[in-house]
Design a protein around this ligand. Structure first.
Ligand SMILES: Nc1ncnc2c1ncn2[C@@H]1O[C@H](COP(=O)(O)OP(=O)(O)O)[C@@H](O)[C@H]1O
Ligand SMILES: [Mg+2]
Length: 306
């Protein structure tokens, strides 16, 4: 049973994490499909810039959620498009708030910023936050197929990390506006400041996401019975616990049939059961063929928690 946290049964948002190749995308798709089969309106979204959700679902996907089965919608937003969209927004805001003569320099700066490391992750995190806000309204459940562990940990930490930074930017902007008003001896109604409005909106969104990540989400790690993968799973679990994220059952995927496990595999499996007992352990056998499409995913889902 999965009674690790009060939210384990009811949390509407599920992040599926783990090392590359363990079966995150497959498990995320199977769980989302099972939730849809149970009558929920489910959005399944990938935040891995290297997408494979469409392949697993055997359905072409894109930026916007498309319906792939009764009750199930899926999206795999393109990271480059997300970055371009975000920069275009910043340019629009800057054009309204800054003198025209400095705009060429601003544009050059933003072109470089768009290529900066972390930009794709951050733009995808933005899209995810938008979707998280729709949960309870447009969607009953959100299942997030994430990129390998490091990315997931950064993604989950982002709202909390960025909130003070955006708060600082907001304060600086407010001070600058006051100074401008003073210099101009403006006594009339202050004009609307699009940058300040955007910063307030961003802070609001980040604070909402940080709260939702702890109150309405859980993280389910997928692992396989191999020692190196187990070590990474244990570290990820510790980091998540330390950061206060509610955990879902650990899924041990791709377990070979009993005769084919071998002594080392048996030992690792025993260790997994022991070490992760406090969050629950769910075991999923290695299927004869790759579980894709509705029937393959439903067969896999039969082993997963309801
Ligand atoms: N239980 C399973 N039995 C057989 N093959 C599986 C199982 N789970 C995943 N696979 C296969 O393992 C490979 C990696 O799965 P995938 O879901 O893409 O992993 P990840 O998203 O963690 O990188 C895929 O070829 C997938 O079909
Ligand atoms: Mg994947």
């Amino acid at each position: 049973m999965l009674l690790n946290t009060p939210t384990a049964h009811t949390a509407p948002i599920l992040f599926v994490g783990g090392k590359g190749g363990v079966g995150k995308t497959t498990v995320a798709a199977a769980r989302a499909l099972a939730l849809a089969d149970a009558g929920h309106r489910v959005l399944l979204m990938s935040t891995d810039p290297a997408h494979s959700l469409g392949d697993v679902l055997e359905h072409p996907l894109g930026d916007r959620p498309v319906r792939v089965a009764p009750g199930l919608w899926a999206a795999e937003p393109d990271a480059d498009t997300a970055v371009r969209r975000r920069i275009a927004q910043v340019v629009r805001d800057a054009e309204r708030a800054l003198p025209a003569e400095i705009m060429p320099a601003v544009r050059r700066h933003l072109d470089h910023a768009g290529a900066a490391p972390g930009m794709a992750e951050s733009a995808l995190a933005d899209l995810l936050m938008e979707r998280m806000e729709e949960v309870g309204d447009r969607w009953d459940r959100l299942v997030v197929d994430s990129a390998p562990t490091g990315h997931l940990l950064r993604l989950l930490a982002l709202p909390t990390l960025l909130t003070p930074w955006v708060t600082g930017l907001t304060r600086r902007r407010e001070r600058a506006r006051k100074a401008e008003a003073f210099a101009d001896a403006v006594v009339a109604e202050p004009e609307e400041d699009p940058l300040l409005a955007r910063l307030h909106e961003r802070r609001h969104r980040l604070e909402g996401a940080a709260a939702r990540l702890r109150s309405a989400s859980r993280v389910g790690l997928v692992t396989v019975p191999r020692r190196m993968v187990l070590a990474e799973t244990a570290r990820a679990l510790d980091s998540l616990t330390e950061a206060g994220f509610p955990l879902d059952t650990v899924i041990v995927n791709q377990i070979p049939p009993p005769g084919a496990v071998g002594p080392d595999g048996t030992a690792v499996l025993a260790e997994i059961r022991r070490r992760f007992a406090h969050v629950g352990v769910t075991e999923v056998p290695l299927a004869d063929r790759e579980p894709t499409g509705p029937s393959g995913l439903r067969a896999l889902a039969a082993h997963l928690p309801g």
